[in-house]
Ligand binder design. Structure first.
Ligand SMILES: [Zn+2]
Ligand SMILES: [Zn+2]
Length: 133
């Protein structure tokens, strides 16, 4: 009579998982084993690629932690680049605003100069007198 090598229960009335390395375990034990992130066969220590249970094949896919870390780094780099680009856009908008202010200032000062020359504005003249004194 066969039994599960982990819990030593008879295989008669329980679900039997057969790994690709041809080792048999009850489904409860193998699932507990896999739940602990163990991907190696409890008996021969080969990595389990798949196991059969009631004629259903379950494939085990390992997600490589190095690859996920690289993806994290790539995401971080992308975020840093995005932040740099958005700050550059903000900077350029500030530059445009400064230019507009500068142009406005130049225009106003030009107007003031014209009114000074033509003496058409009394207020400007007064300001000017104060400045001249
Ligand atoms: Zn078992
Ligand atoms: Zn095995």
């Amino acid at each position: 009579m066969k039994e599960c090598p982990i819990c030593l229960k008879d295989f008669d009335n329980i679900n039997i998982c057969i790994t690709d390395c041809n080792h048999e375990f009850c489904s409860i034990c193998l699932n507990k084993w896999l739940d602990r992130n163990r991907l190696d066969c409890p008996k021969c220590r080969k990595n389990i690629k798949y196991f059969n249970l009631n004629e259903n094949t379950t494939r085990i896919i390992e997600i490589n932690p190095v690859i996920t870390n690289q993806n994290d780094n790539q995401n971080n780099n992308l975020m840093v680049e995005l932040n740099q680009i958005s700050s550059r856009i903000r900077d350029s908008q500030n530059l445009i605003n400064i230019n507009v202010k500068l142009k406005k200032y130049l225009f106003v000062s030009l107007l003031v100069n014209i009114t000074l020359l033509t003496s058409s504005s009394y207020l400007y003249m007064n300001d000017c007198e104060i400045n001249f004194l």
